[in-house]
Design a protein around this ligand. Structure first.
Ligand code: 5GP
Length: 120
């Protein structure tokens, strides 16, 4: 990993149940919940339960089962939120230049309005 995993990061605390969240999906490997500061009518964060800093860390170290569960879950959550027909956006910020603020891998799901060419 680029950085050692910080067990005190906010999503680690959510996974330990120390901070409440509005869960939209959970399985053995994955948790998804509403972003606390939504930037679209639907703004969900999907995280692996394992201790992975970023997309880079996850894609290089996670098991095929974890990766499969994660990719499947992201699709399922978007489908169940009714976003497929209107369309939606997936985003993963990685590292400093990527603007990643929380050092636990998360994919953003945005939807519920026309999002334009890029989300600022
Ligand atoms: P990043 O910039 O790292 O890709 O995105 C971090 C996201 O986490 C932001 O959209 C921010 O609003 C969200 N976030 C930060 N703290 C919390 C929290 O305590 N609970 C939830 N649900 N979302 C959070």
């Amino acid at each position: 990993p680029t950085l050692p995993y910080d067990e005190g990061n906010i999503f680690a605390r959510i996974l330990r149940g120390e901070i409440p969240n509005k869960t939209v999906y959970e399985d053995e490997h994955v948790l998804a919940f509403h972003d606390i500061s939504p930037k679209a009518p639907t703004h969900v964060l999907v995280i692996p339960k394992g201790a992975y800093v970023s997309w880079d860390d996850f894609s290089s170290r996670a098991s095929d089962a974890e990766i499969g569960a994660y990719v499947r879950a992201i699709g399922l959550i978007a489908r169940e939120a009714g976003l497929v027909e209107p369309g939606y956006r997936l985003l993963a910020n990685v590292g400093e230049d990527g603007g990643q603020e929380v050092p636990h891998l998360h994919v953003h799901i945005f939807g519920g309005k026309p999002l334009g060419p890029m989300l600022a």
